[in-house]
Design a protein around this ligand. Structure first.
Ligand code: PLP
Length: 494
C-alpha cells in the first residue's frame, strides 16, 4: 500500500518511507491511498485473539512492506511486560451501556504509550528498509504526556537519539519528574522559558534550518519528529478501536455487527481520527463524539463547519487538550472532501494567513454523518470526577472526565442510547492535584505527597511507574531561553 500527501496526491511513498519522513515536504500529511476493509467475519476472528495478535492483524493491512514476523516481534516488544495489564487496552464496564477503554496501562500512564511503544520499532525498521545510513534524532516539543512517552519509547533504541523540550512552568509536577528522571544513554531533556507555543516554535525553527540540517548530516544525523502527525503513531491507535469493539461484543453488551459509539477527549485530533479510520474500514461505529475542554475550537468546527483559531487560549486541568490548531484534522477534511487536494491547500493557506477556514456543504454533511461534538468547563470536569467516584466507585482523570461529561450531555440532547465507549486517556495519578480537588480534598502540597494522599482518599492503587518516581534521581534540571534551543541540539549531537 502506498501513502500520499493530503496537499499533493502525486507525492506517493511506501509505508516505510512515509514513517521515516513523518511529514510530507509540501507540508501535507501522509494518508493511505486506500483504506483497507475489515469484514464482520474478520472481526469475529479477532474477538478470540489477544491484543498483540489483533494489532498484527490490523497493522498488516496497512504495512504491506513489513512481514508478519516483523510485526509480531514489534507487538511482543511494544505491548509486553512494559504494561501493567495483560489485556494492554482493557475495557471497563461501568453499566450496561457505558464502557471505558483504558489506554493508560503502559509505562508512562497515558494513552500516548499505545503509539510510542510501537513507533520506535516501526521507525528503526523503516530506516533499514530505506537503506538510510544516518542515525535519527527525534526532536519533541511537549506539553507533558508526549515527551515522557516518546522518551520511554526511544530510550536506548539503536540508531536513535531523542531530545525533548518542555515549557518550564507549563507541566504538572509529576510530568516534570517523569521527564527529568528519564533513564537511557541516548536521551536529552531540557526545559524552555515560556509556554508550550514557545517550545513548539523553537522546535519548528530547528526543523526548518537548512544549514543546521547540513551540519548534522556531516555528523551522521538527521532530524525527525515523534509527534502525532506521523502515520506510525496513528496506525497503532486504529487497533484499539477494533480491539475495544471485540471486547464489548465479548462482554455480551452488543451482538456482533451492532454499532457502538465512541467518545474521545480530543486535542490534536490524532486519537479520534484513528477511530474514524477504524469506522471507514468497516468497524460498526455509529457516532464518534469529539469532546473538548474550554478550548472548544473543534466543538465549533463540528457544529458549524467553521474552523477558527482566532480565540482566547485557556490553560485547563486537562492540559493535553489545550490546543488551538488540531493538526490531524487536515487528514479528516481530506478524506471527507473526497480527497480534494486543491481544497485542502486552500483551507490550510486560509488557516495560515487568516486563522480561519470554512468547509463546503459536502464536507459539512459528511462530517455530520459520522461525528458529534461537545465541550466541558472546568467545573463540569471536576463535578463528573466526583460524581463518578462517589456513585460508581470508579476514578477517572481530568481528560477522561471531559469525554464522559460530553457523552452524558450528548445522550440527554439526542436520546441516542447506543452502547458507548468513553476513551480513557490517562491515569488519574498523572493529575493528582486536580483529581483530589474534584474529590473535595485540599491539594496544596508537593506533587509526590499528593500521590499518597490520592491513594488514602480513594483506595485506588497507584500505577507502579508513578510510585517509583519517589526513588528516582533527577538527571536533567537544565533550562534555556528559546533562542538557545538550537545550541542545545548541536551540543547533544556530538
Ligand atoms: C494527548 C492526549 C489527549 C489528546 O489526544 P489527541 O490525539 O491529541 O487528540 C487526550 N488526553 C490525554 C491524557 C492525552 O495525553
Amino acid at each position: 500500500m502506498r501513502y500520499q500527501s493530503t496537499r499533493d496526491k502525486s507525492i506517493s511513498f511506501t509505508s516505510a518511507e512515509a514513517i521515516a519522513r513523518g511529514l510530507s515536504r509540501d507540508g501535507g500529511l501522509f494518508v493511505p491511498e486506500e483504506i483497507p476493509a475489515i469484514t464482520i467475519e474478520e472481526i469475529e476472528k479477532l474477538c478470540g485473539m489477544k491484543y498483540q495478535d489483533r494489532a498484527v492483524y490490523v497493522m498488516k493491512k496497512y504495512l504491506d512492506d513489513f512481514s508478519e514476523a516483523e510485526l509480531q516481534d514489534f507487538t511482543s516488544k511494544g505491548y509486553g511486560d512494559n504494561y501493567d495489564s495483560d489485556k494492554i487496552a482493557p475495557v471497563y464496564k461501568l453499566d450496561d451501556n457505558t464502557f471505558f477503554l483504558e489506554l493508560w496501562h503502559g509505562p508512562t500512564c497515558a494513552f500516548k504509550d499505545m503509539a510510542l511503544q510501537m513507533l520506535p520499532h516501526l521507525l528503526t525498521a523503516s530506516l533499514i528498509k530505506n537503506g538510510e545510513e544516518k542515525q535519527v534524532c527525534i526532536l519533541v516539543a511537549t506539553s507533558g504526556d508526549t515527551g515522557k512517552a516518546a522518551l520511554e519509547g526511544f530510550s536506548d533504541v539503536d540508531r536513535t537519539k531523542i531530545m525533548v523540550f518542555y515549557p518550564k512552568d507549563g507541566v504538572s509536577d509529576i510530568q516534570k519528574l517523569q521527564m527529568a528522571s528519564q533513564s537511557g544513554n541516548n536521551v536529552g531533556v531540557c526545559s524552555v522559558v515560556g509556554n508550550f507555543d514557545d517550545a513548539q516554535t523553537g522546535v519548528k525553527k530547528i526543523f526548518s534550518d537548512a544549514e543546521l540540517r547540513e551540519r548534522l548530516a556531516e555528523k551522521g544525523y538527521f532530524l525527525s519528529s515523534a509527534n502525532s502527525i506521523n502515520w506510525g503513531r496513528l496506525l497503532p491507535q486504529v487497533v484499539y478501536y477494533i480491539s475495544a469493539y471485540c471486547d464489548v461484543v465479548n462482554s455480551g453488551a452488543v451482538k456482533l455487527g451492532d454499532a457502538i459509539n465512541f467518545c474521545v477527549p480530543t486535542g490534536n485530533f490524532g486519537n479520534i481520527l484513528a477511530g474514524y479510520y477504524a469506522k471507514m474500514m468497516g468497524l460498526p461505529v455509529n457516532k464518534l463524539i469529539c469532546a473538548s475542554n474550554s478550548n472548544d475550537v473543534l466543538t465549533e468546527f463540528i457544529s458549524t463547519g467553521v474552523y477558527n483559531r482566532n480565540r482566547k487560549f485557556f490553560t485547563t486541568i486537562s492540559p493535553s487538550m489545550d490546543i488551538l490548531v488540531s493538526s490531524n484534522l487536515e487528514r479528516l477534511v481530506f478524506e471527507l472532501s473526497g480527497k480534494d487536494e486543491e481544497k485542502i491547500r486552500g483551507y490550510m493557506a486560509d488557516l495560515n494567513t487568516k486563522g480561519v477556514y470554512t468547509v463546503d456543504e459536502k464536507i459539512k454533511s459528511a462530517l455530520d454523518a459520522d461525528f458529534a461534538a461537545g465541550c466541558c468547563s472546568e467545573e463540569e470536569t471536576k463535578a463528573i470526577i466526583g460524581k463518578t467516584f462517589s456513585e460508581k466507585n470508579y476514578l477517572i482523570d481530568t481528560h477522561t472526565a471531559v469525554a464522559y461529561h460530553v457523552m452524558e450531555e450528548y445522550r440527554k440532547d439526542t436520546g441516542d442510547d447506543t452502547v458507548s465507549v468513553v476513551v480513557s486517556t490517562a491515569s488519574p495519578y498523572k493529575f493528582c492535584a486536580a483529581v483530589l480537588e474534584a474529590l473535595g480534598q485540599d491539594a496544596n502540597d508537593d506533587g509526590l505527597k499528593l500521590i499518597d494522599k490520592l491513594t488514602e482518599v480513594t483506595g485506588v492503587e497507584a500505577p507502579k511507574p508513578i510510585v517509583a518516581l519517589k526513588d528516582k534521581k533527577i538527571r536533567f534540571d537544565g533550562w534555556v531561553n528559546k533562542e538557545e534551543m538550537i545550541k542545545v541540539v548541536e551540543d547533544f549531537l556530538v
